[in-house]
Design a protein around this ligand. Structure first.
Ligand SMILES: Cc1cc2nc3c(=O)[nH]c(=O)nc-3n(C[C@H](O)[C@H](O)[C@H](O)COP(=O)(O)OP(=O)(O)OC[C@H]3O[C@@H](n4cnc5c(N)ncnc54)[C@H](O)[C@@H]3O)c2cc1C
Length: 362
């Protein structure tokens, strides 16, 4: 097992030649529809679409003219992407598979999952295998490989807290790097993969799941549900069931109503700014952070501006969760952006707080 020290190292070198069989096994689809590959169900096309089921596929793809000549987009489950037009380059779907226990000591179990596995299926797998620790993150859509990109989080837990290391293909060098938590620079819905290392393609993630498990119950809705059930010593399965039920009650199912979950991040403000805002708006919902700043509930700000349940054309603010924008049918990415900008303006003129978008706009 690795210590918490910062490392970033290559684990395989680029082979000096590539068997032509690998190149031939890759299929490039031309003008491929993306509507079913993004959970907002926005109509868009990719000039080229390929699927990578292994690191060898990625190496082979990185040597194609299509890869080198134009823009490229790595696509997982499409649950955090907003397409605002066709993509004039190569879209690579990540389809690497496999989940296994790769290490264990008296403190923790290490579980490694390939990037193309479903995140939710991984959570279920760990729980069924008797390795709790991810239960608060159950039902988050998307792939394992995308989880570190925005350091997914929910119900009082972030990926970073269970993260051991990841493997990422570096198209520049042709190497696969191993990166520990420090190297990934995780922050609230952020990581190095959203800035300096956008070029890396995550191929596998290893999680460190604690042997001495304690439920994470600092989130008020989870606490309230436990009290309502009279559970004082919940199991990981109990927490998973509570979180799954809370999510099902609040969040629209993308297969029925296109969405990408929270459209805005919760804005973080200084203690002084929080005090000022609280004086003006006594109902303000904010959570003290370990560094003394406050995370404001963006949903509350949006609700106060009267947006909850309102629609602008075919895009609406979900009536049960003001952070979620939904595609009521046939919406374009631009229409989603128009509504999101109107919300940002309202919140800014009322509270002088900037809202920041969570999904990646492509
Ligand atoms: C109903 C719903 C609820 C949600 N709830 C939550 C929640 O509670 N917490 C939360 O944090 N998020 C939530 N999300 C957002 C989303 O599920 C996560 O951000 C998820 O990690 C995205 O995974 P994906 O595979 O769909 O990524 P995609 O949308 O396919 O990609 C997202 C970004 O990551 C990049 N990317 C994807 N895979 C890789 C890879 N292997 N290597 C490098 N880059 C890659 C893409 O290029 C893109 O920039 C929710 C979304 C929905 C629809």
């Amino acid at each position: 097992m690795h210590s918490g020290c910062h490392y970033q190292q290559p684990i395989i070198a680029q082979p000096w030649f590539l068997p032509s069989r690998l190149v031939l096994s890759l299929q490039l689809h031309v003008g491929a529809p993306l509507k079913d590959l993004n959970t907002f169900h926005i109509e868009a096309r990719a000039a080229r679409l390929a699927s990578a089921g292994s690191v060898s596929d990625l190496i082979a793809l990185s040597r194609t003219a299509e890869w080198r000549s134009g823009p490229r987009l790595i696509l997982g489950g499409g649950s955090n992407i907003l397409f605002v037009g066709d993509f004039e380059g190569l879209v690579v779907r990540i389809a690497l598979r496999g989940i296994e226990v790769v290490g264990e000591n008296e403190h923790a179990v290490l579980v490694r999952a390939a990037a193309g596995e479903s995140w939710d299926a991984l959570v279920e797998w760990t729980l069924a295998a008797g390795h709790p620790g991810l239960e608060n993150l159950i039902r988050i859509p998307g792939t394992v490989g995308a989880a570190p990109i925005q350091n997914i989080g929910a119900y009082g837990l972030e990926l970073a807290e269970r993260f051991a290391e990841l493997e990422a293909f570096d198209p520049q060098s042709g190497e696969v790097l191993r990166m520990d938590r420090a190297a990934c620079r995780f922050r609230y819905r952020d990581s190095i993969f959203k800035s300096e290392r956008r070029d890396l393609i995550i191929t596998a993630v290893t999680l460190r799941l604690p042997k001495v498990w304690k439920p994470v119950v600092n989130y008020k809705d989870v606490l309230a549900a436990l009290q309502a059930r009279g559970q004082t010593a919940p199991s990981a399965a109990d927490i998973a069931a509570i979180v799954a039920a809370l999510r099902a009650a609040k969040l629209p199912d993308p297969s029925e109503l296109g969405n990408v979950g929270s459209f805005f991040k919760n804005p973080v403000v200084s203690a002084a700014r929080h005090r000022d805002l609280l004086e003006k708006f006594p109902g303000l919902v904010g959570y003290l952070q370990s560094d003394g700043s406050y995370k404001l509930a963006a949903a509350w700000l949006i609700e106060q501006c009267g947006w909850k349940g309102r629609a602008l054309g075919p895009v609406a603010v979900h009536d049960k969760q003001a952070l979620v924008l939904v595609n009521c049918g046939g919406a374009t990415g631009e229409q989603v952006l128009t509504l999101s900008r109107a919300i940002e303006q309202s919140v800014h003129s009322r509270f002088a707080v900037e809202l920041e978008r969570e999904p990646v706009v492509v």
